[in-house]
Design a protein around this ligand. Structure first.
Ligand code: 1CP
Length: 354
């Protein structure tokens, strides 16, 4: 396949020297971009957009046409995997994902199965292949999946949640049922991510968006262990290159050392910890991705630049940092502020790589 013109992101993931700090943004393709909203309107619904390889390719590339980003991320969703298990997934306008047939009992778990990545989920692999062709080696393509715990929260609750009443009820009352659900998800995610690599993804990210709502004991037993199981089964090399994997537990700052032991190459960090402190804690075991508060993008460009500088200074000199927001870009951010953010990273970071 074509050679990469910009491998700064992959090099930083592997803690190899780079001339500057690479940058991309979680949710970089999405509702804050007017061109995204236009393509989505043409597709009909969000799920139809995900299922149309040509349109998914178009929206993946939209942020790269606007900004000199150092990586592209597959346009899809973490809920494609449970969505392939006959649970009636839909995205309700204004209220996010809904499962009409949620998983509540041991019998519901019995009905689940590991989806075939080139069967029920072939549309995702088609999108990966199409995006990889369209990128033509400009920057690497990141594939992704949700963590078993995070996927299970949506499957059991039936939608997004604030209190996690149902899944925590299952955790405390029927832990063996939850364990079976998480095991099916870990096997599904492993196959799904390996298929994304075979289809052309050059790095992977696991989004554990809701791991941070667990107690330390339960984080280990119900989130971390299943992510470690996934790492055991992942293809780590493809086309003669290592495929770096980024592990992001939102609110997981207290568990960085444990996360570094799973086999991840990179840990994603949110804005609730200082990235310099995080670096001291993980040493040379893993690279770090993050961690500007996404709300800084509501500020003016000078303030954005100052925040970027303070994060670069806190991380300090040397490689192993991928600049990003601490979570996804908000939908009401002006795209010009995102441009100022990316420019600031590219202008200020070379001083830390001499
Ligand atoms: O157009 C729309 O209205 C849909 C909005 C939208 C978008 C643009 C959803 C629904 N998903 C996505 C794309 C998406 N989701 C990407 C695309 C690539 C990119 O980053 O540019 C990715 C990586 C995701 C991952 C995702 N989906 C996560 C993990 C990351 C995170 O933000 O923590 C989660 C939790 C989801 C679930 C989901 N999908 C969509 C929504 C609104 C939600 C969140 C619901 C909730 O708050 O519980």
């Amino acid at each position: 396949m074509n050679t990469l013109q910009n491998d700064t992101f992959l090099r930083a993931c592997l803690r190899q020297p780079t001339p500057y700090t690479p940058v991309w943004m979680m949710r970089q393709a999405g509702r804050y971009l007017p061109e995204y909203r236009a393509t989505r309107a043409r597709a009909g619904s969000f799920l139809e957009l995900c299922m149309n390889a040509e349109l998914a390719t178009e929206v993946t590339l939209q942020p790269l046409e606007r900004f000199p980003l150092d990586a592209a991320i597959l346009f899809s969703d973490i809920l494609t995997v449970p969505g392939a298990m006959n649970l009636g997934l839909r995205f309700a306008e204004g209220e996010g994902p809904v499962f009409d047939n949620p998983v509540r009992t041991a019998a519901d778990v019995d009905r689940l199965f590991v989806p075939d990545p080139e069967g029920e989920l072939k549309y995702v692999m088609d999108a990966v292949r199409s995006i990889r062709r369209a990128l033509a080696g400009r920057v690497p393509l990141i594939g992704f999946a949700g963590s078993p715990w995070t996927l299970a929260t949506y499957m059991v609750e039936g939608s997004g949640s604030k209190e996690f009443a149902r899944i925590k009820g299952m955790l405390y009352d029927a832990p063996e049922t939850l364990a079976r659900l998480l095991d099916i998800l870990a096997r599904s995610v492993t196959q799904y991510l390996n298929a994304q690599v075979a289809a052309g993804a050059q790095a992977l990210m696991i989004f554990d968006t809701w791991g941070g709502v667990l107690t330390p004991r339960d984080y280990r037993n119900f989130s971390l262990n299943y992510m470690a199981q996934i790492f055991q089964g992942l293809t780590r090399e493809h086309e003669g290159r290592r495929v770096p994997v980024i592990l992001f537990t939102k609110g997981g700052g207290q568990w960085l050392e444990l996360m570094a032991e799973t086999g991840a190459d990179v840990l994603g960090v949110d804005w609730t910890l200082d990235i310099g402190t995080a670096r001291q804690r993980v040493g040379s075991r893993v690279a770090l991705q993050g961690n500007m508060d996404p709300a800084v993008l509501y500020a003016d460009p000078a303030r954005i630049r100052a925040e970027v500088d303070s994060i670069l200074a806190s991380y300090g000199p040397g490689t192993g940092h991928i600049f990003n927001l601490g979570h996804g870009i908000h939908q009401h951010v002006n795209p010009e502020r995102a441009a100022a953010f990316i420019a600031a990273v590219h202008e200020l970071s070379p001083a830390y790589h001499r």
